[in-house]
Design a protein around this ligand. Sequence first.
Ligand SMILES: CC(=O)N[C@H]1[C@@H](OP(=O)(O)OP(=O)(O)OC[C@H]2O[C@@H](n3ccc(=O)[nH]c3=O)[C@H](O)[C@@H]2O)O[C@H](CO)[C@@H](O)[C@@H]1O
Ligand SMILES: C=C(OP(=O)(O)O)C(=O)O
Length: 434
Amino acid sequence: MEKIIVRGGRQLKGSVKVEGAKNAVLPVIAASIVASRGKSVIHNVPALADVYTINEVLRSMNAEVNFSDGTITVDAAKPMTTEAPFEYVRKMRASVLVLGPLLARFGHAKVALPGGCAIGSRPIDQHLKGFEAMGAKVQVGNGYVELRTKGRLQGAKIYLDVPSVGATENIIMAAALAEGTTILENCAKEPEIVDLANYLNKMGAKIVGAGTETIRIEGVEELVGAEHTMIGDRIEAGTFMVAAAITKGDVLIEGVEMEHVSALAAKMEEMGVSIKEKANGIHVIGPEKLTATDVKTLPHPGFPTDMQSQMMALMLCAEGTSIITETVFENRFMHVEEFRRMNANIKIEGRSVIMEGPTNLQGAEVAATDLRAGAALILAGLISDGYTRVTELKHLDRGYVNFHGKLAMLGAEIERVNDEVFEEAAAAVEETTY
Ligand SMILES: CC(=O)N[C@H]1[C@@H](OP(=O)(O)OP(=O)(O)OC[C@H]2O[C@@H](n3ccc(=O)[nH]c3=O)[C@H](O)[C@@H]2O)O[C@H](CO)[C@@H](O)[C@@H]1O
Ligand SMILES: C=C(OP(=O)(O)O)C(=O)O
């Protein structure tokens, strides 16, 4: 079994560069389906398992996709099939982001229903409500959702019940090729939405208001391939900000906008962490003592749910009582059990967790329950007594490129090993007769 083994006690020092944002690149790759001519060239693409999965989804539908040295080219000009089977959606929920582009360009899309996952139930009703408002017929059955439209989709006024990131993305991709104007209200304001709108506008779309709660999309008849460079990953950056703070370290984080991590930075400053914007990155210095604080996850610009488990690791080390309230996903506390294995004193009360710190964290064998939980357990391992062994790395690989290698470059005592390889080698040694 593959594991990351970390030995606590090293202060992190140096600089680290973050990758392009996973949650921005997945919709951008899906959006390249809307180009009926011309190639799309996308730079600063992270080599993540999720990126390989979305590339496979597009290839399976007859698009040409090449990925090397951080650049993806997509040629979707040839006729495409319009179905994404369960084998892809099972690996990565963001596969549902092909629904909007396929429907808008080909009048048909069929994708396996994603179902729940380790962090909550994650329905797609708001995506479907938007497509229906634009004139699509929606059919759900046998584990699939199928969308059809006769002729072009029609612009519509759509109000989202929750500011869903995925629904906002799917609807703006569909509306970009619809006939007439779509006004999308109470939409998500995440930086990834702005990046997607910028890319679509380079393709010829007419989208204004991305990053605010009302987006207006004037549909156009055709979109063409475009060149785009992805924004830096604010969640990877945030994870390294916590790594610096938790180890009382001194780290410069490059490749991300300060504005994209401002909610996290504000909370970390309340805890006593020094965070300064520099010309070449974000400079984080961890204090001798961390002060307890409270955090509530919210849609952007609130505190991101994708930083909740990493923040929990930091709060475990703070003096006093800290509370985290998770309002975005109903079940995103699976990592609490794993932290308890590391000696954490944590109570779950409804949608909140209450921690008494500082915790004398102890190394243990723990499992990544989702990708951010995996990162959070490694962060806790950085300051635990002894060795922490983190398994289920498939989750981590969905969202972090070479996480252990980057931490090692900053001075952490960490390695990624494959037990099976060791066991095979050990067995081979035993069998050897001298
Ligand atoms: C690939 C990607 O970008 N993933 C991110 C995206 O996920 P994703 O786009 O799936 O998350 P959403 O913003 O859609 O979900 C937010 C909340 O809305 C609910 N909801 C969503 C859609 C819907 O039709 N109906 C509904 O009720 C969800 O159950 C959840 O409680 O945003 C999340 C919230 O910031 C992040 O944690 C994920 O990392
Ligand atoms: C929850 C996440 O991703 P996804 O929506 O792809 O599961 C995440 O990036 O933390």
